[in-house]
Design a protein around this ligand. Structure first.
Ligand SMILES: [Zn+2]
Length: 419
């Protein structure tokens, strides 16, 4: 091209090519685009944030709404008085899909666990069958996208805790058949698959021999492997043995909460990204801020010692007093610090939102109390200069890409085994 041969007298007396000048100008303009966003008034940025939340697909990878409804019966197709999630507030916040968590308490045996799997599965189906003009099932990203285009709220299903699998690898086929799209290997106790980071008893130093089989079968079935709740050793081993990307559906960065194993340290974050996976940031204040973590642990310890829950009358009265002198909630700025941190060490393609709503109450950030709060997060991202393209990746693009890739890997494995 002619342009390549054109030269200009450089600013410093040297000859530079036009291409070099164009490159310099391009690089110089990039930060100024960012600065233009930063220069907008808060009001203008919030208007943009609201627009972005309404017109784009937002997916949250972890909301414990089915189990919540077991404890606090209500109808999520309407506004509910308790909990963090219902369709009305989701619409306000621009949320278009959430993974619907079948949560299995670690104390349950295999049979009771399976019974609960079926019962919570029926509860999720109740909404897609009773309100087909509001909710829809989704087995893969294309169905989520198609539901979004038809203004239907997607309710894909996931399983938090592999304990109901027992030692029966074929049960995974059953989970696939009922629509489970990701499985969290364990919860707060070490199980037959892997060690849990909430459990001091580390039986396997990571994955058990059966856990290795589970990883291989999840790969074959195209079900995502969720390493939230797993020990660091489990995470390293899952990354080593999985042939598909892995996800952390509701974990934040240990960098901000030193010693808190439930959050991910830098190296696993980088390794998850190297394998094209994604880290979905947990919104709970104890995940986001070390002071909140310390104080929440103190309050949880007291409630446990008294055998009361935070939502009982005594529990609520204790917390009301406790929060007068102890910080237990942070805000969206600290939440976005975690997003920033993951972007800084792993890149923009490996972060998303996994609120853990209905599972972290009452420690949601002060300005993101429930599913109506996503625009506040978008506002903060805009304020820091994130482009709309980058924000779309965080809101759903990254998670859907990984989900697609896991399904594709499953197809590949099945094709190879057919040959
Ligand atoms: Zn969890």
């Amino acid at each position: 091209m002619k342009l390549i041969n054109l030269t200009l007298q450089g600013l410093y007396g040297n000859k530079i090519s036009l291409w070099t000048l164009v490159s310099v100008l391009f690089v110089a303009l990039l930060p100024s685009c960012k600065n233009r966003l930063k220069e907008k008034s808060d009001e203008a940025l919030m208007k943009m944030a609201l627009e972005i939340s309404q017109k784009n697909l937002i997916i949250d990878s972890h909301i414990d709404w089915p189990e919540w409804l077991l404890n606090f019966p209500g109808d999520i197709s309407k506004r509910t008085q308790q909990g963090d999630f219902d369709l009305e507030r989701a619409n306000e916040g621009g949320l278009k899909a959430t993974m619907s968590v079948i949560y299995i308490n670690s104390e349950l045996g295999v049979d009771d666990g399976r019974e609960l799997v079926d019962s919570l599965r029926r509860l999720i189906s109740f909404y897609t069958e009773t309100y087909p003009d509001m909710f829809a099932a989704a087995l893969n990203p294309d169905e989520v996208r198609s539901n979004f285009s038809r203004q239907l709220f997607s309710l894909p299903v996931c399983l938090e805790n592999g304990s109901p699998i027992g030692e029966d690898i074929e049960y995974l086929e059953y989970l696939k058949d009922i629509g489970v799209v990701y499985i969290t290997l364990c919860h707060d106790e070490t199980n037959q698959i892997s060690d849990s980071n909430f459990d001091e008893y580390r039986q396997w130093n990571g994955l058990s021999p059966f856990g290795l089989e589970v990883i291989r079968e999840l790969n074959r079935l195209g079900i995502m492997i969720d390493i939230s709740h797993s020990t660091d050793s489990t995470v390293y081993q899952a990354l080593r043995y999985s042939s598909a990307p892995v996800v952390a559906t509701h974990s934040s960065c240990r960098h901000f909460t030193p010693g808190y194993e439930r959050n991910l340290p830098d190296t696993p974050i980088k390794l998850i990204a190297d394998k094209d996976g994604v880290i979905m940031v947990n919104f709970g204040s104890m995940f986001l801020d070390s002071v909140c973590l310390r104080n929440c642990n103190e309050a949880i310890g007291y409630l446990k010692s008294q055998k009361i829950t935070y939502y009982s009358q005594e529990g609520a009265a204790y917390l009301d007093e406790f929060v007068k002198s102890h910080k237990v909630v942070t805000d969206s700025k600290q939440l976005v610090n975690h997003i920033d941190y993951i972007v800084h060490i792993a890149g923009i393609d490996h972060v998303g939102l996994g609120s853990d709503f209905n599972g972290v109450g009452p420690t949601q950030p002060a300005d993101v109390r429930d599913v109506s709060g996503y625009p506040v997060i978008i506002f903060e991202l805009l304020r820091r200069g994130y482009s709309e393209d980058d924000i779309r990746k965080i809101l759903s693009g990254n998670f859907l890409r990984v989900w697609d890739k896991v399904i594709e890997k499953g197809r590949e494995i099945n094709k190879i085994s057919e040959i």
